[in-house]
Design a protein around this ligand. Structure first.
Ligand code: FHN
Length: 425
């Protein structure tokens, strides 16, 4: 990962950890009730796909290889995916137990994956070799599959010299801003109901934060336009406006207390990159499942990324892993979907909890810390029964010191074991 690429990830996490920032204005953020579906959904598919799939060296190829816009644009002549099938992508997401998708419509390289009249120099998939509006097919496939549709958009565009010197090159900067406003309007107007707008790259010249660039992008004006077309869309915090949800990026283990605001952990199934790379170093099933419960038990959602190859194929190894995740969710989904974190604060690398109705779910991380007795703190609800998610009963006691559950190693699942406490009320 290049220096600036790393900075790009870190800047977002600084905002996440360092006190949520972002410009605010009345009516521009969703009320909590309009975020319920998102907080119930918990798990989504992120898709980084575009010209950068061809060299197979990741979505920062143009910048990392210092390619000129003219040189990089030649990739558009080669970009003729033979097996793009949005219904197949949606089917893979559903089989993985995902409830929404977020597809990259335009990344930092400037190439638009839809029919975009606002595209600077007609650099889009309709007016180049592909002659395809991929966003049209993707959004239709999401709806057909009963999945919520999200769109990723990068306001920054490396093709504009002004991106690196917005004050020194005001005319060129104005063209870059005009493209962003025009393209976001196209995406918000031409593809039906969009459920999530996932901005990325509000920062300028790879410096500072997304909020620091608000003087340029005017995110309150921009998102007022967005809400005109999409009143209920959930907007992330990377336009410089306060987010309807916050974002924590990357594969670092999730630890610490429950967070009392909507947040999303986005990470890539193939560690080295978001876009397709020949170098494949996939997460293990165990690390995906443990990341999922560590996130959900702290009040978050997980957006797991895949990078389809130049022909639009999600690599079979990715599909196989995602299918296994789906099998785990088939058995354990009631402890995830529609739940809220708590009542027990997580104990890092040991357990976390969720609840829904008269059920409390314990996600026991299969780690060295697990012993035959699981001790939970004092709990003000009367526990009537304690079972594994498969129904098998577990011996337990409850008193003023808390709850003690007896569980043997044989009863533990390889990654995460779900215990169900059924309460009287
Ligand atoms: O620079 C991008 C990167 O390419 C990728 O799109 C990730 C996904 O969240 N976001 C930025 C890095 O923070």
């Amino acid at each position: 990962m290049g220096k600036d690429e790393l900075k790009s990830m870190e800047k977002s996490n600084v905002a996440f950890k360092g006190g949520i920032t972002g410009l605010r204005a009345p009516g521009l953020n969703l009320p909590p009730e309009k975020m319920q579906w998102w907080q119930d959904a918990k798990f989504g598919m992120f898709i980084h796909w575009g010209l950068y799939a061809i060299p197979g060296t990741g979505e920062w190829t143009m910048f990392n290889k210092k390619m000129s816009p003219e040189e990089y644009a030649k990739l558009a002549d080669q970009f003729k995916p033979r097996f793009f099938n949005a219904d197949r992508w949606a089917a893979i997401a559903k089989a993985a137990g995902m409830k929404y998708m977020v597809m990259v419509a335009r990344h930092h390289d400037g190439f638009a994956m839809w029919d975009s009249p606002s595209s600077y120099h007609h650099f889009n998939s309709m007016e180049t070799a592909a002659h395809t509006d991929f966003i049209a097919q993707y959004t239709a496939a999401c709806r057909k599959a009963g999945l919520r549709a999200g769109i990723y958009y990068s306001p920054m565009d490396w093709r504009f010299p002004a991106y690196f010197d917005p004050k020194g090159l005001p005319e060129n900067a104005a063209l870059m801003k005009q493209q962003a406003y025009g393209q976001i309007e196209e995406l918000m107007k031409n593809y039906g109901k969009i459920d999530i707008l996932w901005y990325d790259g509000g920062w300028l010249a790879h410096k500072g934060s997304d909020v620091d660039a608000a003087w340029f992008w005017e995110p309150l004006k921009l998102n007022a336009m967005v809400r005109k077309y999409q009143p209920d869309i959930a907007i992330n915090p990377r336009s410089g406006m306060f987010g309807d949800f916050q974002v924590n990026e990357g594969g670092a283990e999730v630890k610490g207390p429950i967070l009392d605001f909507p947040w999303e952990k986005c990470l890539s199934l193939n560690g080295p990159s978001w876009g397709f790379t020949k170098a494949q170093n996939l997460m293990s099933l165990k690390s995906i499942l443990q990341m999922l419960v560590n996130v959900v038990d702290r009040g978050g959602n997980m957006l797991l990324n895949v990078g389809p190859d130049p022909d639009g194929i999600i690599p079979p190894a990715h599909v196989a892993l995602l299918t296994e995740v789906g099998k785990w969710l088939d058995k354990n989904g009631e402890s995830i979907y529609g739940t809220r974190a708590g009542p027990f604060e997580p104990v890092d690398s040991l357990y976390g909890s969720t609840n829904k109705g008269n059920k409390v779910y314990i996600h026991l991380i299969n780690s060295k810390q697990v012993t035959a007795e699981l001790h939970l703190p004092k709990f003000d609800r009367q526990v009537q029964s304690c079972n594994l998610i498969n129904g098998q009963g577990l011996a337990f006691t409850q008193d003023n010191n808390g709850i003690k559950i007896l569980i043997s190693r044989q009863q533990l699942e390889p990654a995460v074991t779900t215990i169900v406490l059924t309460c009287a009320d």
